[in-house]
Design a protein around this ligand. Structure first.
Ligand SMILES: *[C@@H]1O[C@H](CO)[C@@H](O)[C@H](O)[C@H]1NC(C)=O
Ligand SMILES: *[C@@H]1O[C@H](CO)[C@@H](O)[C@H](O)[C@H]1NC(C)=O
Ligand SMILES: *[C@@H]1O[C@H](CO)[C@@H](O)[C@H](O)[C@H]1NC(C)=O
Ligand SMILES: *[C@@H]1O[C@H](CO)[C@@H](O)[C@H](O)[C@H]1NC(C)=O
Length: 433
């Protein structure tokens, strides 16, 4: 794909500067006290009645038939495979709206930008093997009280962070305590009620990188064996890390390892060997996971690590020729397979997290899990901002060329499900302690 990355438009990558941002560490952050980490038992949720839809994935607009399910305690003890399933109608809709938390990035605040079809808000993911409960902010707070959760990665990490923040904001007021960087790429919010810190770190490669810029190189430079210090230096203070990268690896780049050039991706004229980006992304993820394990294994405090798998984009036609994502309904079960680049990117994440699990096994207190969202996200061709990345894009009538964002997700939207799954995993971990 190279230069034709769809991210070029929506994220305006040319404007990203290469400034290394100074870091402020908060005195208030923990000095790695383990707190309740391994002693904290969540209330066991037994026989809680949840409302669930038993309708098929039929896209008919009729209300789903509703039935009551009894959730068994064991639901949290058995790992669930969230990978495969189907989207079913859910008349309950999202937890929040565009004004609940006040932090939704403009380009993803679809409803406030005039998106009028709202059917995309009324679906929930039904894994084949288990029941995925609706996100409950209070459950989340109780599980992570006194902890710091950091989202690290590119704009998808930010998208997921904002989703979590908005869902949590329905139960407690968040206070912004730190922002830095162009477009607020580094932000920390605190929920005083439960002493929960939720932050986002811009780090589109996880490893050290110099992003292309007007005044700097016209390609990215990646140092695949060194973790990006912008988040690495805070690692001691983090209790949960959610890593999310992918799309930025498609851009032209020169790769370094051990002080010498490893190769490049799409760098005509630079006399480096083209090595593609898959192997490099694998190395970057490996470096990140290994660094976390090394740094945390001695601390006695442990850490929970999630790696969000690749989130597919949905440009129909050429992205640069008014490529758009106009569909208003998800794919039906079996209609769309994970294949090609989406499948390769996903596999790398799945394989690296599995390798890291083996690696970490000898040191307790390190828990790693994939958030395997590739398939469920691929099915949600209807969940992107599309033209509504801009405010009222059709206010002057339908123009021929409207830029579309078919990469990021509307908030609220399908990306809320990613955090729903994360909560479900954390709950199982705590319950199984
Ligand atoms: C609040 O949480 C932080 C970790 O995010 C911890 O270091 C600190 O001790 C907690 N404060 C209280 C009063 O428990
Ligand atoms: C979940 O299912 C997918 C697809 O069937 C499979 O590739 C994956 O290994 C499973 N994950 C786990 C943790 O069993
Ligand atoms: C949005 O949600 C808030 C509560 O979070 C509510 O007070 C408000 O009425 C909602 N706005 C709309 C337009 O639904
Ligand atoms: C390109 O790289 C090769 C191998 O490193 C070297 O032998 C050659 O001189 C280089 N060519 C130019 C034009 O720099």
């Amino acid at each position: 794909m190279g230069v034709t990355s769809p991210l070029k438009g929506p994220t305006r990558s040319r404007s990203f500067t290469t400034k290394l941002l100074p870091y402020v560490l908060y005195a208030s952050f923990s000095i790695a006290l383990c707190r309740f980490y391994f002693h904290f038992f969540p209330f066991l949720v037994s026989n809680r009645i949840i409302l669930t839809s038993s309708s098929s994935s039929s896209p008919s607009p009729s209300p789903p038939s509703l039935s009551f399910f009894r959730e068994e305690e064991t639901a949290y003890e058995t790992p669930c495979n969230y990978t495969n399933g189907r989207w079913v109608h859910d008349k309950m809709g999202p937890l929040y709206n565009g004004t609940t938390c006040g932090t939704i990035k403009d380009g993803q605040n679809c409803i406030s930008h005039g998106r009028a079809d709202l059917g995309y808000l009324y679906w929930r993911w039904q894994p084949n093997q288990c029941q995925l409960p609706r996100f409950d902010p209070n459950t989340f707070f109780n599980l992570v009280s006194n902890k710091h959760i950091a989202f690290v990665g590119d704009s998808m990490a930010r998208n997921q962070w904002e989703s979590l923040l908005c869902m949590l904001a329905t139960a407690s007021n968040p206070n912004p305590i730190y922002t830095n960087g162009e477009d607020n790429k580094f932000r920390t919010w605190h929920f005083d009620s439960h002493n929960v810190t939720v932050s986002v770190y811009w780090s589109p490669f996880l490893v050290r990188g110099v992003e292309k810029s007007k005044d700097g190189p016209d390609h990215n430079e990646l140092y695949v064996d060194v973790v990006d210090d912008r988040w690495g230096s805070d690692l001691d203070h983090l209790d949960t890390v959610v890593l999310s990268v992918g799309h930025w690896f498609l851009h032209p780049a020169v790769y370094y390892e051990g002080g010498s050039v490893l190769g490049c991706h799409y760098c005509p004229g630079l006399n480096h060997t083209e090595i593609g980006f898959y192997g490099v992304m694998r190395k970057a993820i490996k470096t990140a996971l290994e660094t976390i394990i090394e740094r945390k294994m001695g601390s006695g405090c442990g850490i929970d690590v999630f790696l969000t798998s690749f989130s597919p984009s949905h440009f129909e036609g050429e992205w640069d020729k008014a490529g758009a994502c106009p569909k208003t309904e998800p794919y039906k079960e079996g209609e769309k397979m994970v294949e090609g680049m989406d499948a390769d990117m996903r596999s790398i994440a799945v394989e690296e997290i599995e390798a890291a699990k083996v690696n970490a096994k000898q040191f307790g207190r390190l828990r790693l899990e994939i958030l395997d969202v590739t398939k469920l996200s691929l099915m949600r061709r209807d969940g992107h901002p599309g033209p509504y990345m801009y405010r009222f894009p059709f206010a002057d009538g339908v123009r021929e060329h409207v830029q579309n964002d078919c990469v990021h997700w509307c908030l609220p939207g399908p990306i809320d499900t990613w955090n729903q799954i994360m909560l479900h995993v954390i709950r199982r971990w705590r319950g199984g302690e």
